[in-house]
Ligand binder design. Structure first.
Ligand code: GUN
Length: 299
């Protein structure tokens, strides 16, 4: 029931992400030396949500470690929509800023869609702008949301080609479920998007060679939902109460149970989470190259 019981089944996203960040650092050094180009990422944080503060701090740290420029714009929780839109416009017009990320969720007084759709699509390193979502859905070059890219990288690393596989995505959010389904279609998977109204979800999951769990419900996907040998990618990050007090992080997958059946499964923490920031850096390099009119280096 532990990682030690089946070490070969644990998909180590933390190690994969560290390798990816190392390759990104090498690519950034090359862009500086050959083109005088230093990719730059600006992050906008509104309010004091503790989880968002941790994410933003980690993003800034890892951006600098990769050799890129990093800026943080912090606004009070009471900031107006106009203030946020003004910062986004200023960043759109700043040529040293290649990527803009507005940390979500935003406070209620701010229209999230309006803010996201004000970001210049070529600087939208989250891939949330409606233009990028549409370009992804129609198979055109686009900025692709970071967590879905990370999920597909881990799945391909474990399974090789995904072509022809049955993939079940549990969750239909704009941030993960829908874009990861698009990426899996591009990889020639047969894709089912399941959600809270899906009839007999366990049976739907049991036919999958690849399960992507992104529902935000602690340990919902059970061991007996999984076909023996299937690959399971857990996007969930849920904080639950621990027996005897305190809290702990769990995913959307009942990890111990699934580890007994699956061919591979991502742990929480240490699976998909570290991939998201690494893919954000990857997108920022791509955005900087596109804006400078040079080919993106192999990473
Ligand atoms: N909040 C939680 N995840 C994300 C993400 O991937 N991007 C942004 N902008 N905010 C988030």
């Amino acid at each position: 029931m532990t990682d030690q019981a089946h070490p070969d089944r644990v998909i180590d996203g933390k190690a994969f992400a560290a390798g990816l960040r190392g390759r990104i650092g090498t690519a950034v050094a090359g862009l500086k030396a050959d083109h005088g180009l230093t990719p730059g990422l600006a992050v906008v944080l509104v309010g004091e949500d503790p989880a968002s503060q941790v994410y933003v701090r980690n993003k800034g740290k890892q951006t600098l470690e990769a050799g890129m420029n990093s800026w943080e714009h912090k606004l009070d929780a009471t900031a107006s929509e106009e203030e946020v839109l003004a910062i986004v416009s200023q960043l759109n017009n700043d040529p040293s800023v290649h990527g803009i990320l507005v940390q979500l969720p935003l406070p209620d007084q701010i229209d999230t869609e309006k803010v996201i759709n004000t970001i210049d699509p070529v600087k939208d390193v989250d891939g949330f702008h409606v233009i990028n979502a549409g370009r992804l859905a129609t198979g055109q070059d686009s900025m692709v949301p970071c967590t879905p890219v990370g999920c597909v990288m881990l799945a391909k690393d474990r399974l090789g080609s995904l072509s022809g596989l049955e993939a079940v995505v549990v969750g239909r959010s704009n941030i993960v479920g829908k874009p990861v389904a698009q990426l899996l279609l591009q990889e020639n998977c047969t894709v089912t998007i399941a959600h809270s109204r899906t009839k007999d979800l366990p049976e739907v999951c049991r036919r999958a060679d690849l399960v992507i769990a992104a529902v935000g419900r602690p340990e919902m996907v059970r061991g007996d939902w999984i076909k023996p040998g299937a690959c399971v990618i857990d996007v969930g990050i849920n904080r639950i109460d621990k027996e005897g007090g305190g809290t702990r992080l769990v995913g959307d997958v009942a990890y111990g149970e699934v580890l007994e059946v699956a061919g591979g499964v991502t742990p929480v923490p240490g699976g998909v989470g570290p991939m998201t920031i690494a893919c954000l850096l990857y997108n920022t390099v791509g955005a900087a190259c596109a804006q400078a009119g040079i080919d993106r280096p192999e990473i």
